[in-house]
Write a protein of this length. Sequence first.
Length: 99
Amino acid sequence: MLPSGEKKVFRKVMAVAVLLFLSWIMFAPGAGLLSFFGKLSDYRRLEERANLLEKENAALQQDIERLLADPQYLEDIARRKHNLLKKNEKVFDFSRSGK
């Protein structure tokens, strides 16, 4: 057994060692708890983004299916978004320009 004076020194050294070890666990660059929580936050953000992209993908897939199945919808999109005309159609622009 160690004398009582040496026990006190040993306990202090062990306490300092434990504190240093816990500090290392908390603040270790790239591997500490702060890094872990940062990566967890990034993971959650990416997971939310993936869910949003999946929803957008499903909506686009429905739009594609509707374009393939519904000729009236296809024509409507062609006219509205791409300014396409049927054969023998003409566009008359009655807006007043700067003339």
